[in-house]
Design a protein around this ligand. Sequence first.
Ligand code: AMP
Length: 425
Amino acid sequence: MLFKDLDIIEPIKKALEEEGYKKPTPIQEKSIPYLLQGHDLLGCAQTGTGKTASFAIPILQNIYKDKSSAKGIKAVILAPTRELAIQIEENFEIYSKYMNIKNLVIFGGVSQNPQTKALKEGVDILIATPGRMLDLYNQKFIDLRNVKYFVLDEADSMLDMGMIHDVKRIIKHMPNKRQNIFFSATMPKEISKLADSIFKNPKKVEVTPVASTTETVDQSIYFVGKKQKKDLLIDLLKDKSMESVLVFSRTKHGANKITTQLINSGIQSAAIHGNKSQNARQLALNNFKEGKIRVLVATDIAARGIDIDELSHVINYDLPEVSETYVHRIGRTGRAGKSGVAISFCSMEERDLHKSIEKLIKKQIRVVKDHSQSASANDVSTNDKNNNRNDNKKSSANNKKNTSSKNNRNWKQYRKKTVKKVSDK
Ligand code: AMP
């Protein structure tokens, strides 16, 4: 199928061609016809599937064709992070290149003045994070009376990040007669409840269900002692074919620490997370996109909005607490039909997380047995002893020792079992 088979108007088609889009992705093939017909849509798709264009193209086309349209904001797109909001706005800009449509992105953490100035000048499509949107609405800078299209992108992370109440407040201020579009990688109960309360007979579309991880991604796992992860990372990064690597850290502090260690080892890298200023995040992202740095270390929330076409590797320095996050993470590589590589580090403390991930994806991740730090996987007792160096209580120290040798045994058994499981396959 080609874009012309989807009845896409000429100005958009031209912009897509220039952007190198040859044919619609599956989510676009499914969503665009429904949205052009004006249906509400509930889409289950993760980043990397082309979901942004699947709602941006029909919204632009419908606005362009609707000559009767009053002035003012006609479409609101809510996204959970600034990075994602910026990314969406960039996509709208690309697709509306040959149209006279004004897009604006607003988000918190920066001065509101340029945003309110732009709002006063007139906006057709507003892309926003919920907090800043509600704030500017309450200050009467935003008029929602003419909104005809409403998109909630990455609805599940909105829920995770506690933004759902702001979202509900914003929805209340919009006219009832509008087209609603939700996109979410997973569909938690609260999101489907919200959808049920506002949708009118929605069409449902789904691609790559969350449990079936992208087939184009080569996934492997390294068992490694917690303290040896850094050396393993540095060692792996010696491979120059790792051109653009996104490393996931569970915490902001961890992301900073990993970045410092990499820089000290001569590997150009930058951290991107919520404690960094908007400018620092944007600079890091630009440097990464331009290939000035090979490695970006991010937390899950900050990484949500990162859209890089040529991401060669994803490294899970820490396994995520929530298995679905693993799917989101590895979805960042192997995009739009390209192959990608996802490497995970698993310390003994993370065995349960590893198990849950494999249960979710219904697949065993290939175990890399021999690597520079493989001996450390058995070295848990040493680590625990070091960790407990300051523990003066003898009995407590003895307890720890017992636990650590038990852990060590468990770990060995676990490794043996897992490796066997995979090689049996
Ligand atoms: P998204 O899932 O919206 O974040 O899109 C992932 C990436 O795929 C973005 O870099 C898009 O520019 C790109 N993309 C979206 N649709 C297409 C298409 N039909 N052909 C080629 N690339 C696309």
